[in-house]
Ligand binder design. Structure first.
Ligand code: 5GP
Ligand code: ZN
Length: 112
């Protein structure tokens, strides 16, 4: 079995596991985190499988820029454009799903 066949977020991108989508286009999907850490907590992913943000930046920097634009769009819609963008990278930094995802935290004033 390849990494992508075994990947939770590939399955969410393919629609075989349901998610609460807030945005999608040909390359990119945004859906609500199942365990939200802010009033609005959305994960933005490329449909294509990359392990982490470093691999995405090296192989498809335009998609990384697009993910930032999608995050901005979500924050513009929900909280006048303010948001926190996190890419946990590596197990010891808290990455638990090894399909790159941007955490977009917004919708309320965030603690430092
Ligand atoms: P990480 O820890 O890798 O940076 O973030 C993974 C995120 O995925 C966590 O915030 C977790 O709550 C979320 N998550 C894990 N499984 C699911 C799921 O099946 N559906 C959704 N919507 N989010 C999930
Ligand atoms: Zn994947």
């Amino acid at each position: 079995m390849s990494a992508t066949e075994d990947c939770l977020f590939c399955k969410i991108a393919a629609g075989t596991i349901p998610s609460e989508k807030v945005f999608e286009d040909d390359t990119t999907l945004a859906f609500r985190d199942i365990n939200p850490k802010a009033k609005v907590h959305v994960l933005v992913i490329p449909r294509h499988h990359y392990r982490d943000v470093a691999e995405l930046a090296g192989q498809d920097p335009r998609e990384l820029a697009h993910i930032v634009a999608v995050a901005q769009h979500i924050a513009d819609q929900t909280f006048h454009g303010s948001y926190r963008l996190e890419f946990n990278t590596g197990k010891d930094a808290g990455q638990s799903v090894f399909h790159v995802h941007a955490h977009v935290l917004t919708g309320e004033v965030l603690d430092e």
